[in-house]
Design a protein. Structure first.
Length: 252
């Protein structure tokens, strides 16, 4: 009977171990080859599609829907407004507040038929490069009043220019005259309309409301054309005669 010596057993173990090592090296080399070739294989380019505006902008979904929120933030950045408005809508779109949906064209038609618009004599004639029509929409909350809503919108505009209006900026000056901000707020009644979405009509009584039944609408393009001509360092030179806004050369 032939028996396996200790030397032969040791040799067999070494051969087996060597075979395992060689196999692992081959597998590693194959894995590296596959990784290198994957890099050279052209991958299809995935084009990032632009955010398309929805036909109806649901004001309650702006913060919940990432795509809608991104669209609104993009529009706010484009027009230089922030927290003073809930959404920015354009003609042809619709606004949904609660369960009520109103087309912007309906809102704009009724505003145009029942409200006197800004004229070319206000400060200066709008330039030919005027901002395209876009409308800031603010949904009226419980406790809102028209002055505070206007002030919030104005602060939002100036914030977009890097200027922070104090909470007292709308208060009269020490000599009793209205401040420049106060005069702009009075004039803003010409730029801003209140629309009752439940009754489908332009309204004037912001305080006589059920919560979320009215929206404040203003033409961002027109507002920018007016406000960008005002130097905040001399804002108290702004004058309002009850109809038109102008800038006095006098320094107060």
């Amino acid at each position: 009977m032939v028996t396996e010596t200790a030397k032969e057993k040791k040799s067999g173990v070494l051969w087996a171990a060597g075979g395992v090592i060689i196999l692992l090296l081959v597998l590693a080399a194959g894995w590296l080859w596959v990784r290198e070739n994957e890099k050279s294989i052209p991958r299809p380019v995935v084009e990032r599609l632009p955010v398309h505006p929805p036909a109806t902008i649901d004001t309650s979904q702006v913060k919940k829907n990432p795509e809608l929120n991104a669209l609104m933030e993009k529009r706010k950045e484009e027009y230089g407004v922030g927290s003073g408005v809930d959404v920015i809508a354009k003609p042809g779109e619709s606004i949904k507040v609660g369960k009520t949906v109103v087309p912007m064209n309906e809102v704009l038609n009724k505003i145009q038929s029942g409200k006197q618009h800004i004229t070319e004599t206000d400060l200066a004639k709008p330039s030919s490069s005027a901002t395209p029509d876009a409308y800031g929409i603010y949904v009226v909350r419980p406790g809102d009043n028209i002055w505070d809503v206007h002030f919030r919108i104005l602060k939002s505009f100036f914030a977009g220019k890097g200027i922070t209006l104090s909470r007292w900026a709308d208060q009269p000056l020490r000599n009793g005259d209205s401040s420049g901000v106060g005069r702009i707020l009075k004039y803003s009644e010409k730029m801003v309309s209140i629309y009752n979405i439940e009754e489908h009509r332009v309204d004037t009584h912001l305080n006589l409301i059920q919560p979320y039944s009215k929206i404040v609408v203003f033409n961002i393009g027109q507002a920018l054309e007016i406000l960008k001509q005002i130097d905040y360092q001399h804002i108290n030179n702004v004058r309002f005669d009850g109809e038109r806004l102008s800038i006095s050369p006098e320094t107060k």
